[in-house]
Ligand binder design. Sequence first.
Ligand SMILES: Nc1ncnc2c1ncn2[C@@H]1O[C@H](COP(=O)(O)OP(=O)(O)OP(=O)(O)O)[C@@H](O)[C@H]1O
Length: 392
Amino acid sequence: MLYIKNLHFKQISIIKSLIIIFGGRDMANKRITEMGLPKSIGHIFAARNIITAKDALSLTEFELMELLDVGLAQVKSALALISEMTSPRYQTVQTLLDQRKQNEYLTGHLPTQLKGLDAALCGGLPFGALTELVGPSGIGKTQFCLKLSLLAALPSCYGGLDGQVIYIDVESKFSSRRLIEIGINSFPEVFCLDGIAKEMAGRITVLRPGSLTEFTESLQEIKVSVLQYKVKLLIVDSMAALVSGEYEQGPQRQHPLGWHISFLKSLAEFSRIPVVMTNQVRSRGANQISQYIFQESTVEDDTEKFDSRLVAALGIHWAHAVNIRLVLESRSGQRFIKVAKSPMSPTLAFPFQVTSMGIILLNDDGVEMAGPQINAIDHQGHSDIIFHGDER
Ligand SMILES: Nc1ncnc2c1ncn2[C@@H]1O[C@H](COP(=O)(O)OP(=O)(O)OP(=O)(O)O)[C@@H](O)[C@H]1O
C-alpha cells in the first residue's frame, strides 16, 4: 500500500497498463465498489458510470480529475488503491520456495520405504514429477504400485501422505486382496487398528478404462478430482497396455500417447503430486537372455554386445519424457531395481524380492552401475522367479 502510494506518476501509468494487459479479465473487471474506496469518492465514480477497475485505469489522472471533478491528490490516492487491489501480488523466489516447503510434506517426496532406494532418490518419489517403472512381465511393477498406493493413503504419523489415490488399472491387475495382505504384513501396527483396512482401501479409487479414448476422457476428469479432493498419488498401470493391440509396432507407436505424456507431466507439475506409471517391454524373439538399450546412441554402439530383442513398449520418445526411470529386471534369477534415470541420483542397482510385504530390498547399499548397463533391461533367468500361483 505504502509502496504504491509513493509511486511516481510514470510508474503508476506503467502499472495501470500492466494490469490492463496482464492482470487478466477477472482483475480488470473487478468492481470499484468492492475496492474499499472512501464512500464519498466511490459514489462519484459510480455516478460517472466508472464501474470497473478497467474503466478507471483506462483514463489518465487528468481525465479523471475532469470527469469526477475532484483534485489530483484524491484521484491519485483512488488510483493507487484500485491498482493495488487489482494487481497480482508479486512473489520472490524465496516466497515461492517457502510456500513449497510449507505445502509439501516430507520435503516433497513420497518415501517408498525401501531405505536404499529412498536415499538414492533423496527421499523417495518426487512430487511434481513422472516416475516410470519399466520391466518384463511378472517382475513386480504392479506389486510396487500397490505398496505405493498404501503409502500415499497411510496417515502421516505412519510415514504416509494421508491422501487419496487414483489408480488407473488398465489390465485389471489390481488386487484388493493383495493390497490388504501387503498392508497387514508391512504395517501391522496400523492395520491392527479397527476399521483402518477399510478406511485405507476406501481412499484408493480404481479406474478401469476400456480403451485409449476412455482413458483420455478420464484424464480430463482426473485433473478436476486431483484439485478438488486430497489426491496425493496418481498411478497408471500400465501405460503400454493402453496402446497394445491398437497400433502396430514401429516408430508410429511412439505417437499415440504423446498428448497423454505431456498431460500427465503437466498434471504432476501443476498439482505437485507424484505420478507413477508402468511400462512393459516387448520381446521380438524367444531368447532367454535379451536386453534393451533405451538411449538411441547406445543402441547403435552396442548392437553386437547386446541382443536387443526386448524393446520398450512405449519407445524412445516416452523414455526421454519421464523424470525418473526405475528399471526392474532379473539377472541370474535375482531381481534388481535400478535407478536408470534421475536428475539427482547415482546409477545404483538394488537386489529385491517380492514377499507377503510386497517389494523388499535385500541390500540397502546398492551396486553402482556403469555405461550402457544402466539403460539396458536384463531378464536373465526371469522365468525361474515368476510366481505362478493365484495372485488375485
Ligand atoms: N503373495 C505373494 N508373495 C510373494 N510373491 C508374490 C506374491 N504375489 C505376487 N508375487 C510376485 O509378484 C510377481 C508378479 O508381479 P507383478 O504383478 O507386479 O508383475 P508386473 O511387473 O506388474 O507384470 P506385468 O507387466 O505382466 O503386469 C509374481 O510373479 C510373484 O513373483
